[in-house]
Design a protein around this ligand. Structure first.
Ligand SMILES: NC(=O)c1ccc[n+]([C@@H]2O[C@H](COP(=O)([O-])OP(=O)(O)OC[C@H]3O[C@@H](n4cnc5c(N)ncnc54)[C@H](O)[C@@H]3O)[C@@H](O)[C@H]2O)c1
Length: 451
């Protein structure tokens, strides 16, 4: 049973840390706390994940099973579906999904369900942190009232007068900045923004995270922390839309936009390169900005940059399909009846994640226009039924000479590093390259269409 702690308690060693949601965000975070010597339980409603973790197996490509085994063996990490064990935790960190629903509105059902699962087991002095990306106000308006059903209070106050305000438990928001597959910046090197419901909550969360990351950046409130994450993702979304639009203009004007971006990126200040592609993918960038535009409506405010960027980025898979049709047409072929091979279904290179991947949309649009569509992806030997698509019959095609030659068109949708682009171009009849992955190839340029 927990006792009542001060914020400084979270500077201590050997804390019990509960991570709710052992996915792309929660699992690496849990392992990082285990590495720092804390005792971590990863909670998940998915029993198969819990079993795999307790066996020391990994289900995320870039997290080696050996790392999980190391910490399960040392008893620093285990997984559980028993939410009653939340009562044993000093700190509980929520890393559950925050998708959009069918009407493209925030779906906070996972966050709500998690808060409801925590409330009956709350202890005085516990620290609860939400990490899931969401609109400003979620921690205070949704999570806090559910946790306070426990009978304990965590007042919303800010400023110097509230430095030592009494609080029964601590509540904070700290956005995850995980970039799966990024070899340069791991969790420990990425500064962590932290905002508390009140100053003691902010200090408690800052003390906890200071143990596992190189730098903690305190902000004045949970809302500021929630908004900081959205600003980061909207910045990416808007800039990607900008280069996607300029790419289309470049194609019309006969200017290679990738060459232009690389040239502009030599400016040592005031410019940051973003690269065009077949559309936005991943769990964050295509989804998160709409959390803010939805919330903005409550304030009679229209977020025009978000809407415009969304419009441009959403149109990109359609642009790719039109380019494929045009490329086939110039070879006296119609899209209807053509055999098309899509290379890469992951949403970005070298990851085993296909959430919101534009490749899936491109495959759907091609099929709707009468093409026979197959795919190759070294990270996905087969596909399955998803929320929007049913590709359960599809298997990754081999990339041998005979198979490549049997397709009318090969589309480079995701530029995995492991692809041998020279060999692919050598054997293919026609290549539509959405990523400029073939930029260094000199032979058979006439077969390559950039789009
Ligand atoms: N993946 C990323 O790169 C990334 C980066 C930054 C932020 N985020 C944000 O982090 C959050 C989590 O994303 P993710 O990519 O880790 O998702 P994920 O789908 O990989 O993992 C979520 C996990 O939560 C579990 N879960 C769902 N409901 C639960 C519940 N009620 N109780 C316990 N477990 C539950 C699921 O079974 C799953 O294992 C999202 O808000 C996302 O926007 C993700």
């Amino acid at each position: 049973m927990a006792t009542e702690w001060k914020a400084e308690h979270f500077k201590g060693a050997h804390l019990n840390v509960g991570i709710i949601g052992c996915g792309y965000v929660g699992l690496p975070l849990g392992l990082r706390f285990a590495e720092a010597g804390h005792r971590v339980i990863g909670f998940d409603v998915d029993k198969s994940k819990v079993e795999m973790l307790n066996r020391g197996d990994s289900y995320i490509q870039h997290i080696p099973a050996a790392k999980i085994r190391q910490y399960t063996a040392s008893k620093h990490f285990s997984a559980s579906s028993e939410f009653s064990r939340l009562g044993e935790m000093d700190a509980v960190i929520i890393c559950v999904p925050t998708p959009l629903d069918e009407r493209r509105e925030p779906d906070l059902s996972y966050v709500r369900a998690t808060a409801e699962a925590i409330a009956p087991h709350m202890q005085r002095g516990q620290l609860i942190v939400l990490e899931s990306t969401t609109y400003p106000g979620t921690t205070e308006e949704l999570v806090l009232p559910i946790l306070e059903r426990s009978g304990m209070k965590c007042p919303i106050t800010h400023g110097p007068d509230a430095e030592n305000i009494p609080t029964d438990f601590f509540l904070a928001f700290s956005p995850e900045r995980e970039d799966p597959g990024n070899k340069q910046y791991g969790l420990a090197q990425i500064p962590k923004v932290v905002g508390g419901t009140n100053p003691p909550s902010g200090r408690a969360a800052a003390a906890l995270y200071a143990q596992v990351v190189s730098r903690v950046v305190p902000v004045s409130s949970t809302r500021a922390a929630e908004m900081a994450k959205l600003l980061e993702n909207i910045f990416r979304c808007v800039n990607i839309a900008l280069v996607n639009e300029l790419k289309q203009l470049g194609l019309r004007m006969g200017i290679d936009i990738w060459e232009v971006i690389d040239a502009a990126a030599t400016k040592p200040f005031g410019f940051m390169p973003f690269y065009p592609g077949p559309g936005l993918g991943g769990h964050c960038i295509p989804v998160d900005p709409y959390y803010l535009s939805w919330k903005a409506r409550e304030y009679d405010f229209s977020t025009r940059f978000i809407e415009l960027a969304g419009e441009i980025n959403t149109a990109m898979p359609y642009h790719v399909v039109d380019s494929i049709a045009e490329a086939l047409n110039s070879r006296r072929k119609s899209l209807n009846g053509s055999r098309i091979l899509v290379l890469g279904v992951a949403y970005k290179k070298d990851v085993d994640d296909l959430r919101e991947s534009p490749s899936l949309k491109i495959m759907e649009l091609l099929t709707a226009r009468g093409a026979e569509v197959d795919y190759n992806d070294p990270y996905f030997p087969q596909l399955h039924k998803m929320r929007h698509y049913d590709y359960s019959q599809k298997r990754s095609k081999p990339l041998d000479t005979k198979t490549l030659a049997s397709f009318d068109c090969v589309v480079i949708a995701t530029d995995h590093t492991s692809y041998d682009y020279a060999a692919i171009v050598e054997s293919s009849n026609l290549i539509v390259d959405t990523r400029n992955a073939t930029r260094r190839l000199l032979r058979h340029r006439e077969r390559i269409v950039l789009c």
